[in-house]
Design a protein around this ligand. Structure first.
Ligand code: SAM
Length: 347
């Protein structure tokens, strides 16, 4: 059957339009909010696609990298979401050559490169004294406990701290192993709500029971030199207002109280949902635990519920010791014991 010239033209237009939509759908998710705003002015179609994309970003901060969506709610101003690149687990300092962009479902591997598969752990090859490779557990089921009360050797449980060690990259068990609780990402419902004074804040969107795992503090692992360099920049930006950094220094102490491990985790531009947890002078409702996985190079900082947390309650923890410094930002935690100033880390 022959088409008329008009029919042919409208068919071509239809194909072009479809192609246009498909391309826009592929390209736009890689753009930053200012770039999207610019593009949306060019034509009605791009305006519509940009609006849909903005809405999609506001529905899930994790960009589909967590099992549950983590939506943004803002009744305060015109920002529908906070823009940052999402990583479900810690990654090495991404150098300036690393991509500054991220689309839906694309993640960074443990070395900060974009990857299609989950990055997981920065692992090491362990040797015993005779130079033999050390393997992790080889349990048929890591949750089973034998008659003497012994179970998987990877599990170390500390009174008051909960699980501090899990199966890891050198173990025979798979990712579904029950002793990898903190490695599977966020498994409780959370939401991110804009507060007039504290900025974005993380809230429970369901009842979270005392001891339940909430999330890891994921971000870029920095050398101390790099952490100091960035902190200086962040402090300057914060003094101008309207800037929130999320660089956390974690110190693990020996019983002698001398620091033996220091980790600098920066979630400011690449991080996960934990970057929205605000400070509370009373210690908040989350406790932090350094969780080790067999064969993993470094522990991971994990948040557990320190008490039962109600649906709709803000999740908070203490950022550290309060030092009275002129640099300190004003604290709005609203607790009775509020010191008035946020703890400022001397990186
Ligand atoms: C890790 S971020 C937390 C998320 C942050 N509110 C945001 O909008 O991205 C840390 C920053 O949040 C703000 N913040 C955290 N706790 C606060 C508090 N109790 N009072 C005032 N501001 C707070 C400060 O700007 C701080 O530098």
């Amino acid at each position: 059957m022959k088409c008329s010239k008009n029919e042919q033209q409208s068919q071509n237009l239809y194909i072009d339009n479809n192609l246009f939509f498909e391309c826009a759908d592929l390209v736009l998710p890689w753009l930053s909010p200012p770039e999207i705003a610019n593009i949306s002015f060019t034509c009605k179609t791009l305006y519509r696609i940009s609006k849909t994309l903005t809405h999609r970003r506001s529905l899930d901060a994790s960009r589909s990298l967590e099992k549950l969506c983590i939506p943004f709610y803002n009744a305060i101003d015109a920002h529908p979401y906070a823009y940052f690149r999402y990583t479900p687990s810690q990654i090495l300092n991404s150098s300036s050559t690393s991509p500054q962009r991220q689309s839906w479902g694309s993640i960074f591997d443990s070395a900060g490169r974009p990857s299609e598969q989950l990055g997981g752990h920065l692992s090491v090859s362990l040797m015993d004294e005779s130079g033999e490779s050390v393997h992790g557990c080889d349990c048929s089921s890591c949750e089973e406990v034998d008659d003497d009360g012994f179970g998987c050797p990877c599990v170390i449980y500390c009174e008051g701290l909960g699980i501090v060690s899990e199966c890891g990259p050198i173990c025979g068990c798979g990712v579904e192993c029950g002793n990898r609780l903190t490695q599977r990402g966020v498994s409780v419902k959370l939401k991110i709500v804009r507060d007039r004074r504290k900025g974005w804040s993380l809230f429970a969107d369901q009842l979270i029971q005392q001891g339940q795992f909430v999330c890891e503090y994921a971000g870029e692992l920095l050398t101390t030199k790099e952490a100091r360099r960035r902190q200086q920049i962040y402090d300057e930006l914060a003094s101008g207002g309207r800037f929130s950094s999320a660089l956390l220094v974690v110190r693990e102490h020996l019983p002698s109280q001398k620091a033996c491990l220091r980790m600098n985790i920066d979630a400011t531009t690449i991080g996960n949902v934990a970057r929205f947890i605000n400070h509370s002078c009373d210690g908040g409702n989350l406790s932090t635990v350094l969780v080790r996985s067999s064969g993993a190079l470094l522990p991971r900082l994990c948040f557990f519920a320190a008490k039962d947390i109600k649906e709709g309650e803000e999740l908070t923890f203490s950022y550290g010791e309060i030092r009275l410094s002129s640099k300190g930002l004003q604290c709005f935690c609203g607790t009775q014991c509020c010191f008035g100033t946020l703890p400022s880390e001397t990186t």
